[in-house]
Ligand binder design. Structure first.
Ligand code: UT7
Length: 357
């Protein structure tokens, strides 16, 4: 088995800053509510028609590749995590390959659809490929362009105020030096029992199938006589704006604060380390209150935790790589440090990664 390390990392956030105040002009919300409940002060929105999840991912990837000291054609494999892809298919992985100008067709690409845990899952996939010796350099990207698919009416306010756009990327590389740098372990979990509690179920091919067995929490009024070919995108869906994400916030919150400590404890136990050994913990930036709750449960001090949700909101698959790259740029991640990443989100899926930097 080889050792894998993070050889380069970068992030990109769009120029446009959207303050909480701006959202109050579109929906019934307030700066005070958003700050108190989520810690978010502002977020970034991508340029319509000019930027996409892929283009933002490309910008982050260019930085990560340069910092890894390799060239784009040294990338053996691309892992792209997003819930807001440019196209329904094909995935952003191949679009990024094209935009980056990676010309070798031996470079494979996959998309990961694990929402907030997308980057953790992506990192784990990359780690396995590098450890087994199959690939030397795997590019892992997390990118989201939420702004184009949010409900800016009062109905969507619990979700819309949280999300922002951006991208982060890392190059996972075989460590052929004597240094201790390594991804020590990755832990992945899922439980589909509550799949619809945080979901965007339309457009889709189910035609209401799951609704017979599970409570969607929203009356979609599926028409079971609808003909083939018209199930995927229905007129009702368009007329009533049923294609927005939905979330039972408190339900998600309660599970998140339970699963974060569990999955971090599991990773630490495997490599025989303690929470006190963690130099920097970077949680998925879902809600500052979740991060603070988890920090308290783990008994971590403020300088052991990195949060930037205040500036960027929740950028789903991009949130961990953005925070990791920003923390690294700010000198918060140094050689020899034990870095802990963890996430919980839609699916539900959750996971953790321990890295000896
Ligand atoms: O990243 C993926 C994983 N996602 C998460 O981890 C999110 C977890 N959940 C959360 O972060 C929180 O549940 C939210 C921030 C989404 C919501 O906060 P909350 O404290 O759980 O609020 P709530 O949904 O229980 O709603 C409380 C009240 C409601 O009004 P009533 O029924 O008490 O009159 C909502 O209608 O706040 C209202 N509300 C808002 N008010 C102003 C909901 N959204 C807003 C809003 N502005 N944006």
């Amino acid at each position: 088995m080889y050792k894998s390390k993070i050889a380069g990392l970068g992030y990109y956030v769009p120029e446009r800053v959207v303050e909480n105040e701006e959202l109050t002009k579109l929906m019934d919300t307030s700066d005070e509510w958003i700050r108190e409940r989520t810690g978010i002060e502002r977020r970034r929105y991508a340029k319509k028609h000019k930027e996409t999840s892929t283009t933002m991912g490309v910008e982050a990837a260019k930085i990560a590749i340069e910092r890894a000291g390799i060239s784009k054609n040294d990338i053996d494999f691309i892992v792209f995590a997003t819930l807001s892809p440019d196209y329904y298919f094909p995935g952003c992985g191949v679009l990024l390959q094209r935009e980056l100008g990676i010309t070798k067709s031996e470079c494979g690409a996959i998309d990961i659809r694990n929402q907030c845990s997308g980057f953790i899952y992506g990192l784990s996939v990359a780690d396995q490929f590098v450890k087994t010796g199959m690939y030397r350099n795997v590019l892992v990207v997390g990118a989201e362009m939420h702004s184009m698919g949010l409900d800016f009416s009062n109905k969507g306010r619990n979700i819309t105020v949280i999300f922002g756009d951006g991208a982060g990327a890392v190059v996972v590389q075989r460590n052929e030096s004597d240094s201790e740098s390594a991804i020590l372990t990755t832990k992945l979990h899922s439980d589909g029992t509550y799949a619809e509690k945080l979901s965007m179920i339309l457009p889709g091919s189910h035609g209401g199938y799951h609704n017979d067995k599970h409570d969607f929490g929203v009356d979609y009024g599926f028409d079971y006589d609808i003909p083939y070919g018209e199930i995927f995108i229905t007129q009702k869906m368009l007329d009533e704006g049923l294609y927005y994400p939905q979330m039972e916030g408190q339900f998600v919150f309660k599970l998140a604060v339970q699963k974060f400590p569990e999955v971090i404890g599991e990773a630490l136990q495997e490599v025989d380390l303690q929470t006190s050994d963690i130099d920097l913990f970077i949680p998925h930036q879902a809600n500052l209150r979740i991060s603070q709750f988890v920090q308290k449960r783990l008994g971590l001090s403020d300088d052991q935790v990195y949060n930037n949700i205040q500036e960027y909101g929740n950028t789903t698959a991009a949130s961990i790589p953005i925070a990791l790259a920003e923390a690294w740029e700010n000198g918060r991640v140094k050689e020899g440090d034990l870095v802990c990443l963890a996430s919980f989100g839609s699916g539900f899926t959750w996971g953790s990664v321990l890295i000896r930097w």
